[in-house]
Design a protein around this ligand. Structure first.
Ligand code: HEM
Length: 227
């Protein structure tokens, strides 16, 4: 049994900052009257998403899309396997990082968040608040994108609910704690899943992470300053 680093610090920071900013965006979006905070948290989410997409190409082993995105056959095979478990039995860890189904939900959440953030840039509420890029499109288009921004929040809400249900299911039905590793980065590997790549990836690219974070922040700042 080995305890190895699966989630590098940038992935963990991304995740918990995302949770914080999504909470702010959802609350300020629903309550109303705090649109400045709503927009600020939306810009932060956009920067985080750009960072995570970039990190999916240049980050450590388990952060990279190509190391957790699987084809339909593998994903369907995993689903079948996931439902054939012994009640209370320990989940055999075949995938130290995201499993194929989890990978799909990660991509769906990233896409839904991106849709929310980008439509927000073009939105306007007919009163005081206007996204920084709303001036680039006609009034009608801006209102249409505002409508999509409002409706698509339910898709995002559904995906977040599924995300939390899946984590709770792993915890209670499979006795597998996924939250701990998202905090510490480390997972106990109980079978041969710890591949050579897992063992050898040093998981340390702090310079890359800082440069990417600065670039993403600067890009979002530039876009938002356009308004
Ligand atoms: C209390 C709330 C939350 C908890 C406990 C939680 C927990 C987790 C855990 C344990 C993972 C890793 C799953 C795995 O092992 O494959 C994960 C991944 C992820 N979660 Fe959450 N999550 C929460 C809220 C959210 C919210 C609100 C979002 C926003 C939509 C979100 C988006 C994501 C994404 C995108 C990933 C993939 C991380 C990556 O690879 O970069 N989570 N979450």
């Amino acid at each position: 049994m080995a305890k190895i680093l699966i989630w590098d610090l940038p992935v963990r920071l991304f995740h918990w900052l995302l949770l914080l900013l999504v909470s702010v965006s959802v609350t300020t979006g629903l309550v109303g009257g705090y649109m400045d905070y709503h927009m600020m948290s939306g810009f932060g989410i956009l920067a985080l998403l750009l960072f995570r997409i970039g990190w999916g190409f240049i980050g450590s082993y388990h952060a990279r899309f190509r190391n957790f995105m699987k084809g339909p056959a593998t994903t369907l095979g995993y689903v079948g396997e996931a439902f054939r478990f012994k009640r209370g039995g320990q989940n055999p860890v075949h995938y130290p990082g995201h499993n194929p189904l989890g990978a799909l939900s990660v991509i769906a959440m990233l896409a839904a968040l991106m849709f929310q953030a980008v439509t927000g840039l073009f939105a306007n509420d007919d009163f005081f608040t206007e996204g920084p890029l709303a001036y680039l499109v006609s009034y009608d288009t801006s209102r249409e994108l505002t409508g999509l921004h409002k409706r698509a929040k339910w898709v995002l809400g559904g995906l977040i609910a599924l995300h939390l249900i899946a984590i709770a299911w792993y915890q209670f039905a499979r006795s597998t704690n996924l939250v701990g590793p998202m905090i510490t980065g480390r997972k106990e590997i109980t079978d041969v899943a710890a591949s050579a790549d897992d063992q050898h990836d040093p998981h340390r690219y702090p310079f890359r992470a800082v440069v990417l974070a600065v670039l993403c922040g600067a890009l979002v700042y530039w876009v938002t300053a356009l308004g």
